[in-house]
Design a protein. Structure first.
Length: 244
């Protein structure tokens, strides 16, 4: 059951990042049919990426995000429950979920790069190429960028805790719309990573892939979209433990 959960997270998070990074690439890389400033298209694209990823990861509870895993762990809620049994919120089980999420996000980023390979080969600003893979601040202020990521992730994880860890009925659509809402309302300052795997693994992919004139992977900022979501998840988990 735990092995199935690992591969479920790989597939689900890979689907999430492939489609999420793909919509960003479509909007910001030159000579794409979707090229042009369209923040809401990116918001809805990421929301639908979550929607697809949740269904793809049905054998694990579809965390797709270490912050969700941490929130459930802190709240002492099962990671997944099915007819086959329950995956309890333990340190060892969390590591399995983390492994699947980070591996899946890396694979999804590589697949998105393959889909847009010829466009990445074109001459364009290095920051644009990086933005397909990972987030960056509109105004660089690490403390305030951290606050934004904490708040956005808190909203997401607390919603998950109050609506159950297993996708049922309209759950996948509802969480997709929550992600759209977070992007539309709180996404402007940082690009709303709200997911350590979604940001760190694609950033690593950007670093290792043979992308012409790609520039820096901005490692000085990379800790913010990891630490912020984890702090937000812990806060949501603590409130969820007391409230839910």
């Amino acid at each position: 059951m735990l092995l199935d959960a690992f591969w479920s997270e790989v597939i689900g998070t890979g689907t999430l990042v492939l489609l999420g990074a793909g919509v960003v690439a479509n909007v910001i890389l030159p000579r794409n049919k979707g090229f042009g400033p369209d923040w809401l298209l990116i918001n809805f694209g990421w929301g639908l990426a979550v929607f697809a990823g949740v269904f793809a990861a049905h054998k694990s509870g579809a965390h797709l995000n270490p912050a969700v895993t941490v929130g459930l762990w802190v709240a002492d809620k099962p990671f997944f429950t099915s007819d086959a049994g329950t995956i309890d919120p333990t340190f060892g089980h969390a590591l399995v979920y983390f492994g699947g999420e980070f591996l899946g996000a890396f694979i999804g980023a590589v697949l998105a790069w393959l889909a847009y390979k010829r466009h990445f080969d074109l001459e364009t600003e290095p920051g644009i190429k990086l933005a397909v893979f990972s987030t960056g601040p509109a105004i660089r202020s690490y403390a305030w960028n951290l606050v934004t990521e904490i708040l956005g992730t808190f909203v997401l994880v607390f919603w998950v805790l109050t609506n159950g860890p297993t996708p049922t009925q309209i759950g996948p659509l509802a969480v997709a719309l929550i992600v759209v809402g977070i992007g539309a309302s709180l996404g402007g300052p940082t690009g709303y990573a709200i997911n350590p795997a979604r940001d760190l693994s694609p950033r690593i992919a950007h670093f290792v892939l043979p992308i012409p004139e790609k520039g820096s992977s901005d490692w000085s900022y990379a800790w913010v979209p990891v630490a912020g979501p984890l702090i937000g998840a812990v806060l949501a988990g603590l409130l969820g433990r007391a409230w839910v």
